[in-house]
Design a protein around this ligand. Structure first.
Ligand SMILES: Nc1ncnc2c1ncn2[C@@H]1O[C@H](COP(=O)(O)OP(=O)(O)O)[C@@H](O)[C@H]1O
Ligand SMILES: [Mg+2]
Length: 419
């Protein structure tokens, strides 16, 4: 039973009432964004367009076609084993065995095992898991750096898994960029030369390259650093260059494999903020790999949790907190800071409307917060007031009693002590 399913009983004991026997507030209220799947794509996200060129040499996908509302990345039953084992598994599959049968018959544990994933346009989709759980293997299959043993990857309706080398080059030079934990910069070259590198490889003219490099260096706050050598710069600055280089080609999709994992916590946090700021402006589709659950919560529109090559659960931060699918996910949430994750919008969905304080003149003066304000921000804004108004898109503000907000926060803390 999800945490929130248990909370109405708490609300019912309040003077404002509430319906203890009422429906599960999360799942009963459709259209409110907390359905188990749902909340991935940001409403109003710019629709990135991958031109025909990427998909020309590859098999078109009849399942997702070129519908701009379809997920930009679709991973279906993706599995991988490496080296000689892969040859043996492939031989068995040619003889008619499924991947699962072939792997079991070989006595193997697949590094990537039947992963399904959809990434919506404009979202930051995080892939989170411990070291060795298959995150890098998954994203390398997405950008075609390695070929899956079974399953397929579709990008904007084109099959990456069976693409020609030319199509893959086109994909990486124009539509999909990668940012690495190790930066992968050329240390003896200037910052500008590094940022221009991808543009040079694809044959852009010098003047055009310079202009674009200056533009993206400005975006990442390094406008005055173009002439410096990369090896003179700090780790945080190097990763800004890595990001600038990835943005230089104006790709639709950014794949970031533990980009901030090697950085000190403060630098890391400022780069996370920087990425979120840039994303607001640029509305790219980002696949972001991390082993840090806190980072996943801060960055992700949705988060896929991986364990030993397998997907465990995909959800928004609030979904993972409020409705973890098993003890593995619950264990991650037990040590994370929900005060900066769960939002006023979630409170509106889980606190029954019957619990609202009666309308009074005072309600008009209630401090206001946006739907995406975190619990921490709600408490700061309330600042002793007995009610708080939550602004909502396309609906009148919802006034919540501060006592109800506190009850829900208390229940969340109690839940964590139990686990
Ligand atoms: N090129 C490779 N050859 C053999 N095994 C590999 C290779 N790449 C990854 N693996 C194995 O696959 C598993 C998943 O690795 P990886 O995808 O790098 O995990 P993560 O990125 O989550 O740390 C690990 O057991 C790793 O040793
Ligand atoms: Mg990795």
């Amino acid at each position: 039973m999800s945490l929130w399913q248990r909370i109405p009983a708490v609300a019912a004991s309040s003077p404002m009432g509430g319906d203890p026997a009422g429906p599960d507030p999360i799942h009963a209220r459709s259209g409110l964004g907390l359905e188990r799947r749902a909340a991935g794509a940001r409403p109003g996200a710019a629709v990135a367009s991958l031109p025909q060129a990427v998909s020309d040499p590859v098999r078109p996908d009849t399942a997702c076609g070129r519908d701009s509302a379809a997920p930009i990345v679709r991973v279906e039953g993706l599995s991988k084993v490496f080296g000689d084992a892969e040859d043996r598994v492939r031989r068995r599959m040619r003889r008619g065995q499924s991947f699962a049968e072939a792997v079991a018959n070989e006595g193997l544990a697949a590094p990537l095992d039947a992963v399904d994933l959809t990434v919506e346009r404009g979202e930051i989709h995080v892939i989170m898991g411990l070291s060795g759980s298959g995150k890098s293997t998954l994203v390398r299959c997405i950008n075609g750096l390695i070929a899956p043993t079974d399953g397929r990857v579709m990008v904007a309706g084109a099959c990456v898994s069976s693409a020609t080398p030319a199509a893959l080059r086109e994909l990486r030079q124009r539509h999909m960029s990668m940012v690495f934990q190790s930066f992968a910069l050329l240390p003896h070259l200037s910052v500008t030369a590094n940022v221009e590198f991808g543009l040079m490889l694809r044959g852009d003219e010098t003047k055009q390259r310079r202009r674009r490099a200056a533009e993206v260096l400005d975006m990442v706050g390094l406008a005055d650093w173009g002439e410096r050598r990369v090896d003179e710069l700090s780790g945080g600055m190097k990763q800004r260059i890595g990001l600038a280089r990835a943005l230089a080609t104006d790709p639709d999709i950014l794949i970031m494999d533990e980009p901030f994992s090697a950085l000190d916590p403060l630098i890391r946090r400022s780069l996370q903020d920087e990425l979120l700021r840039l994303q607001k402006e640029l509305q790219k589709t980002i696949v972001f790999v991390t082993h840090d659950f806190g980072e996943a919560l801060r960055i992700g529109s949705r988060i896929l949790i991986m364990k030993a090559g397998r997907p465990v659960q995909t959800g928004t931060a609030a979904e993972l907190f409020c409705d973890p699918c098993d003890e593995y996910v619950r264990a991650f949430t037990a040590h994370a800071d929900f005060m900066h994750v769960i939002t006023a919008g979630t409170l509106c969905r889980v606190i029954p409307e019957a619990a609202d304080p009666p309308a009074a003149d005072g309600a008009r003066q209630a401090p206001r917060v946006d739907e995406d304000a975190t619990l921490a921000q709600v408490l700061c804004a309330a600042h002793g007031a007995d009610r708080i108004a939550v602004r909502r898109d396309g609906a009148p503000p919802r006034v919540l009693g501060t006592s109800h907000v506190l009850r829900h926060i208390g229940a969340l803390y109690a839940e964590r002590q139990e686990s």
